[in-house]
Design a protein around this ligand. Structure first.
Ligand SMILES: Nc1nc2c(ncn2[C@@H]2O[C@H](COP(=O)(O)OP(=O)(O)OP(=O)(O)O)[C@@H](O)[C@H]2O)c(=O)[nH]1
Ligand SMILES: [Mg+2]
Ligand SMILES: [Zn+2]
Length: 338
């Protein structure tokens, strides 16, 4: 029997199958390999007793996608939720989510919530000006008044969607708007800290309808671009890729489009919005700091790589990252390299 893990709780794995939900343990052979099973994994179940709703996970199928924080497999869409107002739209955060989607090859949709508030015309015009030419899918909603909610719901059909976005933008409210019976908790004074532990601990796939599933989490919010080479950051910006397609590549192959001569990106400032370029520079800065750390610790970058827009991105191996990170007393996020 095949199924999908929708929740993991201590040693129990909850699996959704055509025959209903099963509470499972994992066969010991699978346990030996660390981190083998995460929420979203498709698995094979063995039923010791036909009438029981308990079973064993005996096999894990290959993943189509993986997000490291929180760990979720097989997600095929990310809805990046922002508020038009309250809190103010943070373009850098939005671009960060977008670039992560590009990096993980996940389909992003931009959702701008709270469109019931007054005086938003200017920001809406700015959003359209920046993101429509980049061909990102955009939806404007109000979880409170119901604007755009049908459209939002339609986006979920046939997909496993992760909702990400800063605290207070209305992610849980949006889910409640399409499924009021779920009655998810929304903004409470103490929610922020609680939510932190909640999302990392119990990341759960909620079934909205038969073929619509959603994960309510802040997504990869804390991540920085400190795991790739500065010259590869441009591959995560569609307009930069487009400029090079139209006007050719920069003079230097490791150009980071900052102050170099013969840089096609700097020759065509009209092709990239200023807020996008500023976000780009910030991500390059993060990648540069990391490169410096790696160089300082006397290690070289590794040949492990990944393809984005058919171009190879160099990744720094987990071993090398550990060495330099230990130096700076930071957490190690091995999953990034999986
Ligand atoms: N005016 C207006 N307020 C909204 C809308 N959606 C949500 N809110 C309010 O915004 C606040 C935050 O909403 P939540 O749904 O808790 O936000 P969240 O994104 O889940 O936040 P975290 O769980 O902390 O990440 C609540 O007070 C909601 O009532 C909307 O469309 N319009
Ligand atoms: Mg919430
Ligand atoms: Zn350049």
């Amino acid at each position: 029997m095949k199924g999908q893990i929708f929740k993991i709780h201590s040693d129990f794995y909850y699996v959704h199958t055509r025959q209903g939900e099963y509470e499972c343990k994992v066969r010991d052979v699978l346990k030996k390999r660390k981190d083998t099973i995460v929420t979203g994994d498709f698995v094979e179940l063995e039923q010791p007793n036909e009438n029981s709703k308990q079973a064993f996970v005996s096999k894990v199928f290959e993943r189509e996608s993986f997000i490291p924080r929180p760990k979720v497999a097989n997600v095929n869409q990310v809805i990046i939720v922002s508020a038009l107002k309250e809190p103010d739209l943070d373009f850098e955060q939005l671009n960060r989510y977008l670039s992560f989607c590009e990096y993980y090859s996940l389909h992003p949709v931009l959702c701008f919530n709270k469109n019931d508030l007054e005086g938003e015309e200017e920001i809406i015009a700015q959003i359209k000006r920046i993101y429509e030419p980049l061909n990102y899918e955009i939806v404007f909603t109000s979880a409170l008044e119901g604007n755009g909610i049908e459209e939002f719901k339609a986006l979920l059909k046939g997909k496993i969607t992760v909702l990400c976005g800063s605290s207070g933008v209305g992610k849980s409210s949006l889910i409640n708007a399409i499924r009021p019976d779920l009655n998810l908790k929304t903004k409470q004074v103490s929610e922020k800290t609680e939510r932190g532990t909640h999302t990392t601990r119990h990341c759960e796939i909620i079934t909205i309808e038969n073929d619509s599933r959603i994960v309510d989490t802040p997504g990869f919010s804390q991540l920085k671009f400190d795991f790739l080479m500065p010259a590869d950051v441009g591959l995560l910006f569609r307009e930069i890729v487009e400029i090079q397609k139209q006007y050719g590549v920069c003079k230097f192959s490791d150009c980071i489009h900052e102050h170099e001569t013969g840089c096609k990106i700097q020759e065509h400032p009209e092709m990239i919005d200023e807020t996008r370029y500023q976000s780009y520079l910030q991500f390059v800065k993060e990648a540069k700091e990391y490169k410096k750390q790696v160089t300082y610790s006397g290690t070289k970058t590794e040949s492990k790589s990944k393809f984005v827009h058919n171009k190879q991105i160099t990744k720094i191996s987990s071993k090398k990252r550990q060495i330099s990170r230990r130096k700076s007393n930071q957490d190690i996020d091995k999953e990034l390299n999986e």
